[in-house]
Structure formats: structure tokens, C-alpha cells
Design a protein around this ligand. Structure first.
Ligand code: CA
Length: 425
């Protein structure tokens, strides 16, 4: 597949700082707001936000399948309703308008001044109205580590894990935007195995390094999406910190899986990088053994080489990078996740969010959670300020970043960052 907007040779007349996550080859979508104006759809380039509502009003988005209300909107959902074909044409048009060698927009300085807004003058909003949120458990390294710690080192993976892209239904209401702080959750914990549980603030707040994909409208209830069709139903990806309270989780998760340990907050990054923009960074996935069942078979390279980092920033102190991982480590790919999710006829809808599951790499410094990095609290991590962490403390910020790099082009996701506040009284 050749997508014009992905050409590594392209440059833009909009200045793009070196090492920016947002060169012309990226063009992610988000919702932004400026003073005294309603939220609307924007595209990020360099340190500027391109205002699609104004771009539309000025006539630059003619002969596409969109109308004003798709951009003059507090969510991306209306725009995403136009499907892969519509949003691909839109991204290609925007790319053309921003190209150094195309004059249409850049020659009209009074238009440029209206459609480009410095990013430090905007406030980002939740990009998508999320209908349903599903979280998978697709990193073999993560599932193995958790199995070793909590069950049986000799049989760390449960028998179904190598056959099923294991997942569960999360909660959409508590998915929040990067920058929104989170109060330490309270609940039932059981610090002593031989004592009854107590009601208290969690002592083991953790992050989960994940990515999430956002869907277009799927098929009607009863129909399935094949691995071959999956990409046509995926709009794009964002960084995803699936906050977890390990002590609450440990006590509650049998028999139905995590509940209050997970649904107090999950943070997403503000810019949705399209699957189209990620196309040049495709890589193959790990070999799968045993051979998967027919509906989970797939062809070609179905994962993406996305470098991921996690840092902890204690209050008033420098951040310390504590993990470097990569999206490509995932055992189950997104096509398999979507095929499995719909194999029984379950319908996905425009704006559904699918978490990858914690992304842990093969080495101890590439694990995707504090639970694994500090190995259940037995190997505390040293911060730059000399303090130690077994889990996340009050007023710590957790920051995740991700980017792809190839052929001299780097595209990224920005960051998802949020702070843990003390528990509410
Ligand atoms: Ca998770």
C-alpha cells in the first residue's frame, strides 16, 4: 500500500523542530480548544495545531466527504464515521496543503494566520467519545511475569493464554486525558494473608504501559471482522496508561477478573496517530507456537516498531526513566485482537477503545509495570533524587512517551502524563 502522505521525502512550510514527534509524515488528529471558542478538530504539525473547522470554512477541504459539523465538534467520532477511506483522503489533503512545494495555503498569509495556532495557546480535550473500552493481556513476557509472581513459576502462563488473545471489558467512563490527575483509590485490601481484609487507600498504585487503538464503526451485531479486514476498522493509536491498584486487584480478581483495581482511571494521550501514518513502521510479530486457530491466522507484518518509555517524576524533582519497551514485543497483534473480539458476533462501534495490555519486553529494564520492574516490591527502583520506588507514591507523575523512527523520519505520540494525588478523605 502506498499512502502519499507517508513519503519520507516530504517537508512542510510549517517549521518542525528537530526530533519533533509531529513532522508532516505524522499528522495526528485531536480535539483542542482556545479561549472563548468551542472545542474542535485539529491536526498537529510541529508546534502548531491546524484548525480543521476553519480550514473547512475557508474552502480547503472541498470535494471530500466531510461537512462542517464533522470538524466543529467536541469529539472526533463524527469525522471517524466517514471510515478509513474518508479519513485517509482527509489526511492526504492536509499533507498536500502543508507541503513545502504546494502553494495553495502557504501563499495566503491571512488564511495561515487563521488556521495555525501555536500549541502553547491551546488546551487539549478528550479526543474521542469512547463507547466501550476493552483491555487485552497480549504481552507474553508480562503474562509470564505475573504468573511467576502470583501463581506457579513452573506453569506461569495459564493453559488458554497461547490460544486466546485474553481480554476483559473495562470501563469507558473513567478513561481520562493526559494531564488530568488521579486520586489514589480506596477499597478493600488484604495486607495479611491470615487476617480479614481492611478498607483503606491502596498502597500499591501502579501504571501499565499500554497502547490503545480506536475503532471506526464495525460490522452489525452477529457479524465478525477477520484478521484480513481488521485494519479497515482501526482509525489509529494513542499511548495508554491503564492505572492499576495491585493490592485491590490481588484480593478481588478471582473469579471474575479485575474490577475496582482497574476502573478508577485510565489515561490516554491527546493525539491519535492514524494507522495509515504508522504503515512505514510495520514489523513482524513474534512466532506463535502452538499454531493458532484458523480465525486468528494472519498474513504479512502486523505489528509496529514503536519505541516506548516510562518515566517517574517525583514532585518538584527531575524525572527518571524506568523502562524502555517496544510495541513490537506484543505476542497477539491488533488484527488478532479485533478478530477474536468479534468472532462470536460482538459488535464494535465508532470510538471504541482497545487496550493492548501491559507491554513488557524480554529484559528487566523493559517491563511495563512497577509490579514487574520492582518485582513485587523486592527490587526498589532508584530515582535521580535518591529516593526509591516500589510502587507509585502520592504526587508522583508517571509519563509515557512513544515514537517510531525510520528513513530519517520520526513520528511520535507525544506523551501521556498524569499525577497521583493523595486519596480523598
Ligand atoms: Ca491493563
Amino acid at each position: 500500500m502506498s499512502i502519499a502522505a507517508n513519503n519520507p521525502e516530504l517537508t512542510s512550510w510549517v517549521p518542525v523542530p528537530a526530533n519533533s514527534d509531529f513532522p508532516i509524515q505524522n499528522l495526528p488528529f485531536g480535539i483542542f480548544q482556545t479561549k472563548n471558542e468551542k472545542p474542535r478538530v485539529g491536526v498537529r504539525i510541529g508546534d502548531q495545531v491546524l484548525d480543521l473547522k476553519t480550514l473547512y470554512v475557508l474552502g480547503y477541504l472541498e470535494n471530500l466527504s466531510f461537512e462542517l459539523s464533522d470538524f466543529d465538534n467536541e469529539f472526533l467520532n463524527a469525522m471517524m464515521k466517514k471510515g478509513k477511506k474518508g479519513t485517509r483522503e482527509l489526511r492526504n489533503r492536509i499533507s498536500k496543503l502543508l507541503r513545502s512545494d504546494v502553494n495553495d495555503l502557504q501563499k495566503n498569509e491571512h488564511h495561515v494566520a487563521q488556521v495555525l495556532i501555536p500549541v502553547d495557546q491551546v488546551e487539549m480535550r478528550m479526543p474521542v467519545q469512547i463507547g466501550d473500552y476493552t483491555d487485552f493481556y497480549s504481552s507474553k513476557e508480562h503474562a509470564t511475569n505475573v504468573g511467576i509472581m502470583f501463581r506457579d513459576p513452573a506453569n506461569a502462563l495459564l493453559p488458554n493464554w497461547l490460544w486466546i488473545p485474553v481480554g476483559y471489558h473495562g470501563r469507558a467512563s473513567s478513561v481520562i486525558l493526559s494531564g488530568v490527575p488521579v486520586h489514589r483509590p480506596k477499597g478493600q485490601i488484604k495486607p495479611q494473608d491470615d487476617q480479614p481484609p481492611i478498607y483503606e487507600a491502596s498502597r500499591q498504585v501502579d501504571f501499565e504501559l499500554e497502547m490503545a487503538f480506536i475503532t471506526y464503526d464495525g460490522k452489525p451485531l452477529g457479524d465478525s471482522i477477520s484478521t484480513e479486514e481488521a485494519d479497515d476498522y482501526i482509525f489509529g493509536l494513542c499511548l495508554f496508561n491503564d492505572w492499576s491498584a495491585r493490592d485491590i486487584q490481588k484480593w478481588e480478581y478471582v473469579p471474575l477478573g479485575p474490577f475496582l483495581a482497574k476502573n478508577f482511571a485510565s489515561s490516554i494521550s491527546a493525539w491519535i496517530v492514524t494507522l495509515d501514518a504508522l504503515e512505514p513502521y510495520k514489523v513482524s510479530t513474534p512466532d506463535q507456537d502452538p499454531e493458532v486457530l484458523s480465525y486468528l491466522k494472519f498474513e504479512g507484518e502486523r505489528s509496529y516498531d514503536i519505541h516506548l518509555e516510562v518515566a517517574i517524576e517525583p514532585e518538584g524533582s527531575a524525572e527518571t526513566t524506568i523502562s524502555r519497551s517496544n510495541f513490537k514485543y506484543m505476542y497477539w497483534n491488533m488484527a488478532q485482537q479485533l478478530a477474536h473480539h468479534t468472532v462470536n458476533g460482538c459488535n464494535v462501534r465508532c470510538g471504541d477503545l482497545m487496550g493492548s495490555g501491559t507491554i513488557s519486553g524480554p529484559t528487566e529494564d523493559s517491563y511495563g509495570s512497577m509490579l514487574e520492574l520492582a518485582w513485587k516490591g523486592t527490587k526498589p527502583l532508584k530515582m535521580k533524587d535518591g529516593s526509591e520506588r516500589k510502587f507509585i507514591l502520592d504526587n508522583d507523575s508517571v509519563i509515557m512517551r512513544g515514537y517510531c523512527e525510520k528513513n530519517g523520519v520520526r513520528i511520535g505520540f507525544g506523551e501521556v502524563s498524569s499525577k497521583i494525588l493523595p486519596a480523598k478523605k
